[in-house]
Every structure is written in structure tokens, then in C-alpha cells.
Ligand binder design. Structure first.
Ligand SMILES: *Cc1c(COP(=O)(O)O)cnc(C)c1O
Length: 810
């Protein structure tokens, strides 16, 4: 600890001796507490110092902090290093660690392709070198230092991604990474809102390469500009079709998903058969091939390794399984560090269910040693896994290292033959296998079978939107998860929001809240329509009622007394112009009178709801509501000696009335990608199905019930298994609605049926099995709502329950 304190210029308050092997900034994902050094970072919405007592209770004994709080004096065994800036200290430590290792460091930057290039380099080089690479896309100011700290003494090559979003960031990353070889992957189209021009952005990215002896990239304007920013000590190795490129490359032909290219380098000619046809894969592949050429690999070796490149699955799927199980399918890759990340994700799921891990032998371990499987067994023990199933010869050999409750199979086929579906109930199952093990069969075996019309929920998009709204406010954040979180799912979404530390969840009815508690949600939950029959359950499960009238308040207070509970939080709803529910201004004296005697409730917040916050034409009215709200809340607050929170804004309000955030805001539709201020949010839900059959229909024939549409030419008509019973509104029939197939919009033809409908695919080459989007990333849900003369809320909440929800995450 002394040494670390010295490196980061901190003052050490010593505790018991510790040996540090893990560095953490996130209290939720600590795996080995006794060996963890926790950095208490402070951000806009959270402060790592708040979690120190809990971490201490969990066994963590080493912390880097910037404020020494009185309560820390009680943590007698803790080693506390006090520094001025915790993030800077983390970066300093990482920079120091980087200087101590002898590994060659490859630094990758660019707008797209960083992760693929990193993973492919690993696929191509790990036969010959002990390689370390940054996990997933840990490429930020916080991610890079954590990546660097993972490099160990035996590492021969470390591959580190660097990503930036504004000026000045790359310099700091460069000082830590100090790459010896740089790769510039690809410049995106836009220069991004934080850069004045593309040149400014390039100049920033070029900073990464100042310490390199070689920089690899595609010959062209971007690299020419980058060159001008680099000292003479840096050489460039460029590939491309033009003369400036040292590595000349020409595409010979593209067939069957392969691209054959001809390469000329240093007077030698050779061919490559790239197992991908698309241009992005070609560029990524050329960057890794250039790296191999720099390392003097022979054309033969390059040819055979490139042929074996496999796609990098970037995402992780969370699906409903049989018998109330949840499946987490991770097809990312098969190595210990990605396994660790998958376990972290498992930790964020519904905590009421047992955890099961099904794992195959690792394939991409490169030259990892014999202690690999024992250390995996140890990790599983610490991660509280109740059942482990290992598949593969190596895992079978190491079975004695694993805890009692584990089973082993030589291969996937044995698993499928010997396991029974009834063995899996109410569990969260992580399925993580190397490609060769074909774990998709296991996923299929455990998956709930239902028709394949799905609502795909992009959790990364949701987090992106959440962070966007967060960046707009300093107030506490409540998220409305009523109506199955606007149709997207209750447990999964609430777990995600809890993980991202929102302050409150709000549901419409007590039942919804009880379900969330059963799913392990512990953050505060408010219920907007508390019904008297549910009072006892609400008290038991800590669900805080919205109080919109005096009789409810009296009855709830009675219920609390019966249970002998004091200071139970409630939320007082005020009517300021919505005229739906809530106390009017003239009701305030009665309300205050109620509190003249000792009461069991405690007012946590006072709030109101705006009737037209999304439309400028109502702004005057809205401001009137807000001012009335201020007046009413001041009157109420004056009678209490504790602070009562105030909140009035929904999503549109948060964007349009930044001066009225008060103590909390209530985010709803914005989380789902809909902005009242044209903010660039991401679409979260995609309603998708597939083509189940195709028929050729001559000109002049009617299609479907009631004979409402006719073909006007010889047509190809496809059936898709989605109908009005799934939530596809029947008003979209007969060419009013479109769907998106094979890169094109095509019309719905004929009347929509209960379980199916027909689409006209004459203008496409679509085939049976092709995916069809009803709304999502290509057809915005707002467009569908407009066609139907309604609002996106109704479309989203109208997707029926029989449509399976599938969650994705990178
Ligand atoms: C649904 C709801 C919100 C969220 O509204 P959005 O327009 O979806 O942001 C906020 N407050 C209350 C009281 C609500 O019922």
C-alpha cells in the first residue's frame, strides 16, 4: 500500500496488510473483496465514497478516496489513500503500471471497428504470443486505466482500445497507454458535436500515436492529415489501392460471402480469401493483415489464418427460458476475461433467482497456463453460483476443482442427451461457450418456445437515453415503469434501472410494485393508484403511495397505525390544471389540518403533472401550472420542519423546462427514445417478425378477408405471423402501414388478420425466413403512431403479452 500511495501522491492511513490483485470503480462488481483496491470516483449522479461502508462490510480493505469522512474512522482495518483527484490517481497508477511491463503495446483508435480489430488481432496472433487485450470496449478515461492494470508480467503483447468524445482526452489516454504500434481503424462520417471540424477530431486522435514507432491505417486523406500531426520518429505503414500505399490491395472478386483480394508488398504478390464480403470487414481485416506484415509473417501463414477469422458477436441476449428461467446467451468469445464480464452481467439480473452457469472449455486462451481452470472454479465460488455445468474435455479433467453442485459433460451432445428440461426452474442461466461447442443447441433446448414475433429491447439504447436525460439535470431521477415499462418489460427494465442507480421507480398499481420487489428490486418504488385492498401489501413491501385525496390519506394512516409503523413515506399529488387527480389549492388547509396531530406518514414529496408539456402552444398554460405548483408547495412546506421534495416534470418537461427540475424529475417515454426537443435519442424497442411463406399472385386478384386490396401487377405476397392480436393495429391494413424487409419499406396488403397478415414483397428479393421489422430502428414508432392518429405510448403499450420480449446488450 505504501508503494501505491507513493505512486499516486496520496496520504496513506494504514490498516491491515493487503495484497492487491483487483482494481474496481464499481461497488457492484467486486469479485475478490479482500484483494480489491476500490477507487471512489465521483460523478454527476453518484459518489463512490457513499459505498465505502458497504464495501468494507463485504471485506474490501483498500480504498483511494478524495474526502475523508468522519464515519471512515470506524473502518479500523481499512487502508485509505487520500488524494486530490481519484480519477487522476487511477490514471497515474495505470500509467506507472504500464511503464513497468515489457510488453509491446498496440493502441487502437478510430470511430468504428476498434473492437473487431482488437479481437481479430487476438485471433491471428494468440498462437504465437501471450496476449492481453482490453475487455469489451473499455476504452474511456476510466476504462483504459482499468484495462492497463490488467496487464501482467508475462504479457507479450497488450492490445488497448482508446476512445474519445471530446478535446483533450486523447492526450491523457496516450500518456497512460504509450503504444509502440498504433492502428487507426476508420474515420466515421460525422465529426461529432464536440469537435468543430473533422480535422480537429483527427488531430485529437493522432495524439495517441506520438510515441509509436509504427502507425497502421488506410491510405487516404485522413492518414495524410494524421501524419502532419506526428513527430518524424513515427513511421506509417499504409494499405490501399492508391500509389501512396506501401501495401497495395485490390479486390478480385466477391462471391458467396467471401472477398478475394490481391496484395502486393515489398515486391511480393499474394492472395487472401477473406471470409466476409462487406466493406467494413475488409477494412478491419486489412488493418490486422498489415500488422502481421509488420511482424514479418509469411504470406502463407497470413493466408491460412485470415481464412479462419470468425465473426465477433458483439452482443449478449437475454431471453425468457422454460419454467420461468431467464437465459443469458453470450456468444462474444471464449476467454477468461470475457467470462468475468458475463458474470458481472449475471450479477445485475433478477436477484431472487438462483444463478446457473453453463460453460465450455475455453478455446481462445492463447498460451494461458495450467492454473486457468482452478482460478475459474474459485471465481465461480465467489460469484455465488448455485449450479455449474462444465462441457468439454478440459473442464472434465479439472472437475475436482469445482464445488459440489456441478455436473460435467464431454460435449454438447452428451449434455442434451442426459439433461432433462425439468432440471431447470426459476433460474438465471448463463450460457457461454466457444463456437465449436455449438451452444446454440443448449440455448434452443432451454428457450421458451413460442411464435417468433418478438419485441426486441435494446438495453444499450435504453442506457444511452437514460444518460442523455441524466446529463440534463442535477435533480433526483424517477423513472416511470408503469404498464410493463411502456410495454418493454418490468423485471428486466427495473433491474437495469436499479443497476444504473436511478432514485425512484414509479408504477401504476401495487401489483406491479410487488412483482418488482419479488424480482429483487430494493430501490424506492412509488405507486400512483394505491387501492385500499392493497394497503397491507404496500406497507409490507415498502411501496410508497401517491396520495391524491384526504380520505385515502386517512385510510392509509389507519393501516400504518394497525401495523405500528411510523414515518412511512408518501407522495402528495397536487392538481394544478390536469384536472385528473390531486389536491386543489383550496384543499390545502384541510390537508394541513390533518397533520396538526401526530401522524404515521411522512411526506417524502409533493408533485403535480403537466397537461401539455410537449407542445409550445401550451407553454403559457404550463408555466401557469408550474407557478401554481410553487405557490401550493411553499404553503405546505412552511408547516413542516423537514424538507419535502418537489417534482412536476415528465420527459418532455425535463427537456423543455430546465429551470423547473426542482428536486426530482419523472422520466417516462424519453427512456424509450422519444424526444420532445428533437434530441438524438436511440430507438429502444423493435417489433419484429419473419416471413413464414410466400405466394406468387397474378394481377387483379384480391388479397385476404373482405377483399379490400387487389394486386395491380403479378405480385409476390408474403405472410408474416403477426396480427391484430399481437398489437398490430388493424387500421394499418390495405397499404396504409409499411414494414421493413431486406433494406426496403413494403406495404401491408389486404386486411390484417388476427394472427397473421400479408405484405407485398414484389419489389424485393426477400425470402422465407427473412426478418421483418414492423417498427424499430428503420420505421420509427412515432411514424406508426402518426399513421394511426395516436401517440407512441399507445403503440408501445399495445404490444400483446404473447409477443416474446428479447433483451440485447453489447
Ligand atoms: C406517465 C407519467 C410520467 C411520465 O410521462 P412521459 O410523458 O412518459 O415522460 C410522469 N409523471 C406521471 C405522474 C405519469 O403518470
Amino acid at each position: 500500500m505504501n508503494e501505491i500511495a507513493e505512486i499516486i501522491n496520496g496520504t496513506l492511513h494504514s490498516g491491515i496488510p493487503v495484497e492487491i490483485t483487483e482494481y474496481s470503480i464499481d461497488s457492484r462488481s467486486v469479485v475478490t473483496p479482500e484483494h480489491t483496491l476500490f477507487f471512489a470516483l465521483t460523478g454527476n449522479n453518484h459518489n463512490g465514497h457513499d459505498y465505502i461502508p458497504t464495501l468494507y462490510a463485504d471485506g474490501v480493505r483498500a480504498f483511494v478516496i478524495s474526502e475523508f469522512r468522519e464515519e471512515f474512522k470506524l473502518l479500523t482495518e481499512a487502508n485509505l489513500i487520500v488524494v486530490e483527484n481519484v480519477l487522476a490517481a487511477l490514471q497515474q497508477l495505470a500509467a506507472h503500471h504500464r511503464q513497468q511491463v515489457n510488453a509491446e503495446v498496440i493502441g487502437i483508435t478510430g470511430s468504428n471497428g476498434k473492437t473487431v480489430v482488437k479481437e481479430w488481432l487476438y485471433q491471428l496472433l494468440s498462437k504465437d504470443f501471450l496476449i492481453y487485450r482490453s475487455p469489451r470496449s473499455y476504452n474511456s478515461q476510466v476504462g483504459v486505466p482499468l484495462s492497463l492494470l490488467g496487464i501482467d508480467a508475462r504479457t507479450e503483447i497488450a492490445i488497448i482500445e482508446a476512445g474519445i468524445s471530446q478535446k483533450g482526452e486523447m492526450k491523457r489516454l496516450q500518456q497512460m497507454i504509450r503504444p509502440t504500434v498504433g492502428i487507426f481503424t476508420h474515420l466515421g462520417d460525422a465529426h461529432g458535436e464536440n469537435f468543430a471540424s473533422t480535422q480537429e477530431k483527427l488531430a485529437e486522435k493522432a495524439q495517441l500515436f506520438t510515441s509509436c514507432s509504427w502507425v497502421i491505417g488506410q491510405s487516404g486523406e485522413a492518414m495524410e492529415y494524421i501524419k502532419t500531426q506526428l513527430p518524424a520518429t513515427v513511421s506509417c505503414l499504409l494499405w490501399g489501392e492508391d500509389e501512396n500505399a506501401q501495401i497495395q490491395v485490390k479486390t478480385l472478386n466477391i462471391t458467396g460471402g467471401h472477398r478475394e483480394v490481391q496484395i502486393t508488398y515489398n515486391g511480393t504478390n499474394f492472395r487472401l480469401d477473406i471470409p466476409f464480403a462487406d466493406i467494413a470487414s475488409f477494412e478491419n481485416c486489412m488493418n490486422v493483415v498489415s500488422t502481421m506484415l509488420l511482424k514479418r509473417y509469411s504470406p502463407d501463414t497470413i493466408y491460412s489464418r485470415v481464412q479462419q477469422l470468425s465473426a465477433i458477436a458483439m452482443r449478449l441476449e437475454i431471453k425468457d427460458g422454460i419454467n420461468n428461467c431467464t437465459l443469458v446467451n453470450d456468444y462474444y468469445n471464449s476467454d477468461p476475461s470475457s467470462f468475468q464480464l458475463a458474470l458481472n452481467i449475471l450479477a445485475t439480473q433478477d436477484s431472487s433467482k438462483e444463478r446457473v452457469v453453463i460453460l465450455s472449455d475455453f478455446m481462445d486462451t492463447g498460451k494461458a497456463g495450467d492454473d486457468l481452470y482452478p482460478s475459474i472454479a474459485e471465481t465461480l465460488r465467489q460469484a455465488n453460483i448455485s449450479l455449474f455445468i462444465g462441457i468439454g474435455k478440459h473442464l472434465c479433467e479439472h472437475r475436482h476443482n469445482f464445488a459440489v453442485n456441478s455436473r460435467f459433460y464431454e460435449d454438447t451432445e452428451h449434455f442434451l442427451r442426459q439433461e432433462d428440461r425439468e432440471n431447470f426452474k426459476n433460474q438465471i442461466i448463463l450460457i457461454k461457450g466457444a463456437r465449436a461447442f455449438q451452444f446454440e443447441y443448449i440455448a434452443g433446448f432451454l428457450q421458451k418456445q413460442s411464435h417468433s414475433t418478438i419485441l426486441e429491447v435494446d438495453l444499450d439504447a435504453m442506457v444511452y437515453n437514460l444518460n442523455h436525460f441524466r446529463s440534463l439535470t442535477d435533480a433526483h431521477l424517477a423513472v416511470m415503469v408503469k404498464a410493463f415499462s411502456y410495454g418493454s418489460g418490468s423485471r428486466e427494465i427495473a433491474s437495469l434501472l436499479q443497476y444504473h442507480r436511478v432514485d425512484y421507480l414509479m408504477v401504476a398499481f401495487a401489483d406491479e410494485g410487488i412483482e418488482l420487489r419479488a424480482a429483487g428490486i430494493t430501490i424506492p418504488i412509488a405507486v400512483m393508484n394505491p387501492e385500499r385492498e392493497a394497503f397491507d401489501n404496500m406497507i409490507m413491501f415498502n411501496l410508497e403511495p401517491e396520495i391524491y385525496a384526504l380520505d385515502i390519506l386517512e385510510d392509509f394512516n389507519q393501516a400504518l397505525k394497525k401495523h405500528g409503523i411510523k414515518r412511512f413515506p408518501v407522495h402528495i399529488k397536487l392538481n394544478t390544471g390536469m384536472n385528473r387527480s390531486g389536491f386543489d389549492e383550496q384543499d390545502i388547509p384541510q390537508l394541513l389540518e390533518f397533520f396538526n396531530t401526530e401522524r404515521s406518514v411522512y411526506i417524502r414529496s409533493m408533485f403535480s403533472h403537466l397537461a401539455g408539456s410537449d407542445e409550445a402552444k401550451h407553454d403559457e398554460f404550463t408555466l401557469g401550472q408550474i407557478h401554481l405548483f410553487e405557490r401550493m408547495t411553499e404553503r405546505i412546506q412552511a408547516q413542516f420542519n423537514y424538507k419535502i421534495w418537489r417534482h412536476i416534470l415528465n420527459s418532455a418537461g425535463i427537456e423543455r423546462f430546465p429551470q423547473y427540475h426542482f428536486d426530482m424529475v419523472r422520466l417516462g417515454i424519453g427512456l424509450h427514445g422519444i424526444s420532445a426537443a428533437n434530441a438524438q435519442l436511440q430507438a429502444v424497442s423493435s417489433f419484429k417478425t419473419y416471413i413464414s411463406s410466400i405466394r406468387n399472385v397474378p394481377e387483379g386478384q384480391s388479397i385476404g378477408y373482405g377483399r379490400k386490396s387487389y394486386t395491380t401487377r403479378p405480385s409476390r405476397i408474403a405472410v408474416i405471423p403477426v396480427g391484430y392480436a399481437d398489437g398490430l393495429n388493424r387500421h394499418l391494413s390495405n397499404r396504409i402501414g409499411n414494414v421493413f424487409v431486406k433494406g426496403k419499406r413494403v406495404p401491408i396488403i389486404g386486411n390484417i388478420c388476427m394472427d397473421t397478415c400479408m405484405i407485398d414483397i414484389t419489389d424485393t428479393d426477400a425470402a422465407i425466413g427473412d426478418e421483418v421489422e414492423i417498427f424499430g430502428k428503420h420505421i420509427p414508432v412515432t411514424e406508426l403512431a402518426e399513421q394511426l392518429g395516436t401517440i407512441p405510448y399507445e403503440v408501445l403499450t399495445g404490444i400483446s403479452f404473447r409477443v416474446k420480449r428479447v433483451y440485447y446488450k453489447e
